[in-house]
Design a protein around this ligand. Sequence first.
Ligand code: S3P
Length: 433
Amino acid sequence: MKPITIKPAKGLRGTVVVPGDKSISHRAAILAALSCGKTRINNFLFSDDCLVTLNVLAALGVKIRADKNKNEVLISSDGRLRPPKSLLWMGESGTSARVLLGVLAAQPFVTKLTAASSLLKRPMARVIVPLRLMGADIRAHKKGRDEFLPLAVFPSKLSAIKWRQEVSSAQVKSAILFAGLYAQGRTCVTESTVSRDHTERMLKLFHASLTAKGNKICINKSVLKTPGDVNISGDISSAAFFIVAALLVKNSKVVLKNVGINPTRIGVISVLKRMGGRIRFLNRKDLFEPQADIEVSSSDLRATVIDEQEIPGLVDEIPVLMVAASLAHGKTIIRGVKELRVKETDRICSMSQNFLKLGVNVRVRAVNKNETLEIIGGRSLNSAKLYSFSDHRTAMSMFVAGLAAGGVCRLDDVFCINKSFPGFLTAFKQLIC
Ligand code: S3P
């Protein structure tokens, strides 16, 4: 793919409708497939990752009709999955692989999973270990102390566990809760800090027997019933790129329509407000996931400290928060960022290398088995040749940096953006003055 040119923007003005939430789209499709009846999913995210989940469910015998023009997916199911005819392809979607593993572990047939090279490198032991404790028979590729795709899942009877999750992960929690739908007894997951709770909300919507109190979620073996219609809010992680861009580019005022504002996902908003960002929620609606329009105006940002406990609520937004920090006055400190090493790429590395070219002073320090980032902000960003490292969030963050830079930038490859946000560049073009 040809590199793109990014010119500094003189202002961003207008209204944007960001596409449906990626995490919720995966879960809506999976639960619709596991419940009896017809489910209509509105505002489904037609991105590469969510299409992986749809294709896997189709390979497991689920009837799916997808209308991309209407962002609508219709799923008809008898609640049962069927043996696939071939290997299940997880593409680059870590969420599909990890979350579906909880479902596949409970099926009365063998499944084999493989994936694209970037996902073959991502750790899977975090999901496999608790599922094995439940009785799952999973044989994966081992390297060092971790396990990886490709892997095979053999039939087994699952029983409930009480699992304490030291590093909060919504994918791990979801896999265990999905396995808990089939397990004998009451499965409970306790997290040190609550990670995104879409699975819990959606399991309730599909009538699972689930309780969530504080950091502890418990589920009993359940038969799911479809609610009929599921409406998905705009993805706050996608909205974050427009929010940061509108804050950084002078003369900007942008409204983002119908964005999900689930309290476990809006860490990015709290941090940006703390940095002095002018951000307002308008027209709040309390659906099964709360949503609102988000109004953002250009602001002078100041540095902040982001603590380790805040990370689960903003883990995917760290790259774009780093861009905000690069132009904020003072030293921003972000603690507990180790997980960024095992995302689609090593995001500490991808962002640091780009920052070097933009002239941003960034330091990475090892602290108590974790890592801390220090970013000295406030100087104008150089005109530079930037790299996505084939990672959607690095690419979109660098696009935002380019809009706010002092000169023209080039970005090598934006194809990876389709993983979560097809239409990203077009949506931005409509705002640039
Ligand atoms: C996701 C959870 C997060 C996030 C990922 C999507 C999900 O990962 O980074 O993009 O949909 O459950 P972890 O569970 O590894 O924190």
